[in-house]
Design a binder for this molecule. Structure first.
Ligand SMILES: Nc1ncnc2c1ncn2[C@@H]1O[C@H](COP(=O)(O)OP(=O)(O)OP(=O)(O)O)[C@@H](O)[C@H]1O
Ligand SMILES: [Mg+2]
Length: 450
């Protein structure tokens, strides 16, 4: 039955994954201002490869289908949506600018929230002038007043000039446009975009973990994403074009069997298999004939691929981002983390604390979508709430120019450069973050392997 509330504010999150496309439908509670989950559905995606659109028609069809299921189950019309996307062509870099915030000749005065917003707006403006990519996220990392030491919150500091250091996350414009176009063709009105690494982190890390230092690693079908948190905020993100599909494809190719059978075999073996069980036979029918293999044979294919992802890419990426003395926990999610024995395997690989996560808001989700592969979908709801509560920390620099979002409070959440105002002198520093350069090297190594 349709809910009879006056003017319901319904906002959805669409997670476009390589294997599944999932939607979470929320309604804003007018009293608490929280977003309540009213439906969440997921189906097998088609037309998506390694987080990118490879066949537009198939992708649109998948998105349409999952919307239809969610609408039927919730009795709400789904329109405004935030997308969670994970193309691997992501780049991160930091940029820093200094601007005068005090009028010439006026007495020194403390920095206000309005000054902070203004310096962010201008810094993003400069970044856009220098960068043709789609800036999907901007995270303020630190401020300083009159070249003093860096602080997270400069309000109250007295001076004349304010600097901000921003972490920017960029994607090729065409890649983002293709995804937005498919979602819009399927009937959605896109009001926000979040990178999979961030939605997955927000959907898997506790507040304490984000505060004390954590890395969220989501190993999906086509991509492995990482988001690094320290002092409660994002330090960097990264993504590799590798995931569970490669494991399935390896089994299919080496055993000369269809992918559907390979997928089935993959889920039958555990990474900490009892040595006594390694000789156990696994059997299925192929073309009317029995196909027989052993646990050992399947494991010999699965294990090296998982080791490759964890030991060659994830672990070095973490070591490159944090010093040995940093306190941190590594939290895994995504479909591949459902592999039997995965958590024990991780404990053998890492010296630091490590765990495998289900969505943080799992109790609010329908039982069929509470699994570890849904952190990025469920995390869109966390993202919506974070953006509501901290609009100055979760900024979407390029979105205002690309979307038509009537009724959405663009002024508050999306900062767009006013091209008329460029008179304030500023200094510019731009450089790929350390981890950005590091990942480029890793990605190149990765391309050679897969
Ligand atoms: N029980 C399991 N054992 C082993 N692998 C599994 C299991 N369940 C799911 N997977 C694997 O997880 C992958 C799907 O993960 P997930 O649903 O997180 O991907 P996705 O979100 O669609 O992709 P991506 O985020 O990479 O674009 C598939 O490769 C699938 O084979
Ligand atoms: Mg995913």
């Amino acid at each position: 039955m349709r809910h009879e509330k006056e003017d319901p504010v319904v906002l959805s999150g669409l997670d476009i994954g390589t294997r599944k496309v999932s939607i979470v439908v929320t309604e804003k509670d007018h009293v608490s201002s929280d977003f309540q989950i009213i439906a969440m559905e997921s189906i097998r995606s088609r037309g998506i490869g390694r987080g990118e659109i490879v066949d537009k028609d198939l992708a649109v069809e998948s998105i349409r289908k999952v919307i239809e299921i969610a609408e039927n189950n919730s009795d709400f019309h789904v329109s405004d949506a935030i997308l969670s996307i994970g193309p691997s062509a992501v780049e991160t870099f930091t940029t820093e600018h200094t601007f005068r915030y005090r009028e010439e000749g006026a007495p020194e005065r403390p920095v206000t929230s309005a000054d902070m917003r203004e310096v962010i707006r201008k810094t993003i403006g400069r970044a856009k002038e220098a960068n043709e990519d789609f800036l999907i996220h901007a995270f303020p990392m630190a401020y300083s007043v009159d070249s003093g030491s860096e602080v997270r919150d400069p309000r109250g500091f007295k001076g004349s000039e304010i600097s901000v250091r921003l972490l920017l996350v960029a994607l090729p414009v065409q890649t983002v446009q293709d995804i937005i176009h498919c979602a819009e063709k399927a009937g959605l009105n896109i009001v926000g975009i979040v990178h999979k690494s961030l939605s997955s982190a927000l959907g898997s890390l506790t507040d304490d973990e984000m505060k004390h230092g954590a890395v969220a690693v989501d190993i999906g079908a086509g991509t492995t994403s990482l988001a690094f948190f320290r002092d409660g905020s994002v330090q960097d993100i990264a993504i590799f074009p590798a995931g569970g599909n490669q494991i399935t494809n390896d089994i299919a190719e080496l055993m000369e069997i269809p992918c559907s059978n390979a997928e089935h075999l993959k889920r039958e073996v555990s990474l900490n298999e009892d040595p006594d069980d390694l000789g156990d036979e696994l059997e299925f029918q192929m073309d009317g004939e029995p196909f027989v293999t052993t646990v050992q044979d399947v494991l010999d294919i699965v294990l090296p691929r998982i080791e490759e992802i964890i030991l060659r890419f994830v672990k070095p990426a973490i070591e490159g981002n944090y010093s040995r003395n940093d306190r941190r926990i590594v939290v895994f999610s995504g479909g591949v983390s459902r592999t039997p024995g995965f958590e024990d395997f991780l404990h053998d690989c890492f010296d630091e604390p490590v765990r495998v996560a289900e969505p943080v808001n799992a109790q609010s989700l329908p039982p069929h979508v509470r699994g570890k592969e849904f952190t990025s979908t469920a995390g869109i709801v966390q993202y919506i709430m974070e953006k509501e509560n901290h609009p100055d920390l979760y900024i979407q620099p390029s979105l205002g120019e690309k979307i038509n979002a009537p009724g959405y409070d663009a002024g508050q959440n999306i900062l767009i450069l006013d091209p008329g105002k460029r008179s304030v002198p500023g200094s510019r520093k731009r450089g790929k973050s350390f981890i950005g350069r590091f990942f480029d090297a890793l990605k190149n190594a990765f391309r050679e392997l897969f």
